[in-house]
Design a protein around this ligand. Structure first.
Ligand SMILES: NC(=O)c1ccc[n+]([C@@H]2O[C@H](COP(=O)([O-])OP(=O)(O)OC[C@H]3O[C@@H](n4cnc5c(N)ncnc54)[C@H](O)[C@@H]3O)[C@@H](O)[C@H]2O)c1
Ligand SMILES: [Zn+2]
Length: 357
């Protein structure tokens, strides 16, 4: 049986490059040869054991590549075609999909969570930090890449851009809104870009890393707040003349940022949460206005599926947003352990790494 290299979760603290058989292709699947992939903040939660996955699983959920082999029932594609698939791979025909929530497609429960949803790659099936990945329900998930778009230009579409934009979309950002984004990692930076595309005219970015604050300004932040230079809630309330913000996007996954996002909302404002949390959240009465604040709290899992990917690649092709600059480092798949080390410790100004098998 032919084998391939893959980055495999061994135990908390250890993701190693090893070998596995190249998967067999079922009728509705496609085998994708990976040309470029990357590491997500969520993979670091997995590495640290904060988000549990099965031992032996291949990690990674951001595939850019070429169709190597199509399942017998998959029509409308050709082998050799350049494609991406979303981090989330909805089947298109499950209960969740037919309810209009494809991201929540999936077996339903995992580790007691109600919804691990349509996030399958590197979560419940082998992922794409490998030479090949098997794409389930290929007809719903393979999105052809238009000529002229490079791998790095579209590397953010499967997850980072889709998730970050969803923070603004789910938050219902309107023209003229004031929006704050807590944490300016790749996800928060894309939330800034998404809020701008949706018409926010005052965008406040919160972080402390100077390079990240600078990139946020390039992508659309009007004001940046350093959370280490004073209480960010006080700074944001002062910046908004005490009104608070229309939409607060949480892009880290901690009690502190969640609570701050709640505290800076205007009456009736929306907290749009993107972070992956590793422990129970507390909702303080004062931040929650005892339940009488007319606030909305909404969470989003990265929207996937081929139509979402087509639209995001269109945003890139149109030149509305340029996320190439998020790729700061490049590694061969053979050196993925070093890539994890650099990315996981956020050394050397890293934002995203491009990994090429
Ligand atoms: N909802 C989804 O579908 C989805 C998808 C992908 C990632 N995620 C999650 O999104 C989160 C962000 O991922 P990322 O890769 O962008 O993160 P990252 O780890 O690269 O960046 C986190 C940033 O937070 C900043 N920070 C730390 N403490 C802060 C504070 N108190 N206030 C403001 N900023 C602070 C750090 O300086 C850093 O720049 C993670 O929890 C990740 O798991 C969610
Ligand atoms: Zn991710």
């Amino acid at each position: 049986m032919p084998r391939m290299k893959a980055a495999i979760f061994v135990e908390p603290g250890r993701i190693v490059l090893d070998e596995k058989p190249i998967p067999d292709v079922g009728p509705r699947d496609a085998l994708m040869r990976i040309t470029t992939t990357t590491i997500c903040g969520t993979d670091i939660h997995i590495l640290k054991g904060e988000y549990p996955v099965a031992k032996g699983l291949t990690i990674g959920h951001e595939p850019v590549g070429v169709i190597e082999k199509l399942g017998s029932a998959v029509e409308g594609y050709t082998e050799g075609q350049r494609v991406i698939a979303g981090a989330i791979t909805p089947s298109g025909h499950s209960y969740a999909c037919l309810c209009g929530c494809g991201s929540q497609d999936g077996p339903g429960t995992k580790h007691g969570f109600k919804a691990t949803g349509g996030w399958k790659f590197g979560n419940i099936i082998d992922g794409c930090q490998a030479e090949y990945v098997l794409v389930p329900d290929a007809a719903a998930n393979l999105s052809p890449v238009a000529e002229g778009l490079s791998d790095e230009e579209i590397l953010m579409c499967p997850d980072i851009m889709s998730t970050g934009f969803a923070g603004a979309e789910s938050g219902g950002v309107r023209i003229g809104d004031t929006v704050v984004v807590f944490a300016l990692g790749p996800i928060g930076l894309c939330a800034v870009a998404g809020a701008k595309l949706m018409g926010a005219t005052t965008i406040i970015g919160v972080d402390t890393v100077p390079e990240r604050l600078a990139v946020a300004k390039k992508l659309g932040a009007d004001i940046v707040v350093d959370f280490k230079k004073g209480d960010p809630v006080e700074q944001i309330m002062a910046l908004t003349d005490g009104r608070g913000v229309d939409v607060a996007i949480e892009a880290l996954g901690t009690q502190g940022t969640f609570e701050s996002a709640l505290r800076v909302l205007r009456p009736g404002g929306t907290l749009s949460s993107l972070g992956v949390y590793s422990s129970d959240l507390k909702i303080p009465l004062s931040a929650f206005s005892a339940g009488l604040g007319d606030n909305k709290i909404i969470t989003s899992l990265c929207p996937g599926g081929k139509e979402r990917m087509r639209r995001l690649m269109n945003v890139v092709a149109s030149g509305r947003v340029d996320l190439k600059s998020l790729v700061t480092h490049r590694f061969k798949l053979d050196d993925i352990e070093a890539a994890y080390d650099l990315f996981g410790h956020q050394r050397d100004g890293v934002l995203k790494v491009a990994i090429t098998p």
